[in-house]
Design a protein around this ligand. Structure first.
Ligand SMILES: C=C(O[C@@H]1C=C(C(=O)O)C=C[C@H]1O)C(=O)O
Length: 337
């Protein structure tokens, strides 16, 4: 299967089934199919009227691809902090006024991939990744995206739902100070607490203690949560309940705060699919990622987008650095210079 020559495709790494590639043509539907595999690919706003993408065929790929082909040349432009600084100030104002506890500005870095390379090659560069990372991709002839995310929105198997809070970020060498950093702990606990309270009405929830997930070039706080649900619900129910968690969205999550975040994201030119759910369904098993650590393309033009949580004690310089640290991590995951 030569991914580079496929005009449309969807790819995901499933925790037990490994790398799965759906090939087109895709049938798009508002509802999941009664049987057979389907990808769930939506925007951050969940406004794709037909988010279920049903492939013509599904293929299992070997996890370890060949060594990455020669790196493409990409001309990156440095992102300007101006709009970010403005949005950051507006967030801090709302946090100070008590209207917001946390939000997540996300900003792209734009680039141009030089011919003869094409952005679809990025997918090949993503598939050999470490166990805590999940590659995913979706593309058509002219546009697409591909990411390598450590974050799952949830994994639903019958009435059991496994999910995680992933928030709080530092460099691995700073772990000693990170685990005592009140701002990072608070940022994380807002996310874990919010997921816990959203799930609790539906059954019994257990959560692990907060721990550190080491991703090699970054560390995060992680808390795993498991729900044994009293009743069976559809994937769409759980998506709407959990997305966006405060790891990517605003807390509190109301119509107003979501609309405000939407405005901030569009002023920052954040791609519509950044931070959105990306899932795969088959035989009642629905596995759903959070679409971060990703590159978006149209023709030869690229956007590498990253975000970071803002809380009361955040500072502009620290947040700006964190975005760059995350971009460097994404480039490294894709074996890009
Ligand atoms: C938004 C991103 O990451 C999210 C934000 C984090 C944070 O603010 O500390 C950590 C992990 C992710 O939930 C990103 O990588 O772009």
């Amino acid at each position: 299967m030569d991914i580079k020559t496929l005009t449309s495709g969807a790819l995901i790494k499933h925790p037990s089934r490994g790398l799965l590639l759906g090939t087109g043509p895709f049938r798009e539907s508002a509802e999941p199919p009664d049987s057979g595999p389907a990808f769930y690919i939506d925007t951050f706003r969940l406004d794709d009227p037909r988010p279920w993408k049903i492939p013509a065929a599904l293929h299992a790929l070997p996890a370890e691809g060949n060594p990455p082909p020669p790196a493409p040349e990409i001309r990156w432009t440095e992102p300007s902090p101006d709009t970010y600084a403005q949005v950051f100030a507006e967030m801090m104002e709302q946090i100070a006024a008590g209207q917001l506890m946390k939000s997540v500005p996300a900003i792209p870095q734009f680039g141009e991939m030089l011919l003869p390379h094409t952005p679809r090659e990025l997918i090949l560069r993503a598939i050999s990744s470490s166990p805590s990372h999940y590659p995913y991709a979706w593309w058509t002839e002219r546009e697409g995206f591909c990411g390598i995310t450590p974050e799952t929105l949830f994994h639903q198997q019958s009435r059991r739902l496994e999910t995680m809070a992933l928030a709080g970020t530092a460099r691995p060498e700073d772990e000693g100070v990170f685990i005592n950093d009140d701002k990072e702990i608070r940022e994380h606990e807002i996310v874990a607490g919010s997921i816990l309270s959203r799930l609790s009405p539906f059954g019994s929830v257990t959560r692990t203690a907060r721990s550190v997930l080491n991703l090699g070039t970054l560390i995060h706080f992680v808390t795993y949560l498991t729900l044994e649900s009293d009743e069976q619900h559809t994937p769409a129910h759980w998506i709407r309940l959990l997305h966006p968690t405060p790891a990517l969205g605003s807390q509190p999550r109301t119509e107003n705060t979501l609309a405000q975040l939407d405005d901030w994201r569009s002023r920052l030119r954040c791609p519509l699919h950044f931070g959105a759910p990306f899932g795969f369904l088959e035989d009642g098993d629905f596995f759903c990622l959070v679409g971060i650590r990703s590159l978006y393309w149209q023709g030869q033009r690229l956007a590498l987008c990253t975000g970071g949580g803002v809380v009361a004690s955040s500072t502009l310089t620290h947040e700006w650095r964190e975005l760059k640290l995350k971009r460097d991590t994404v480039r490294r995951s894709f074996h890009l210079p």
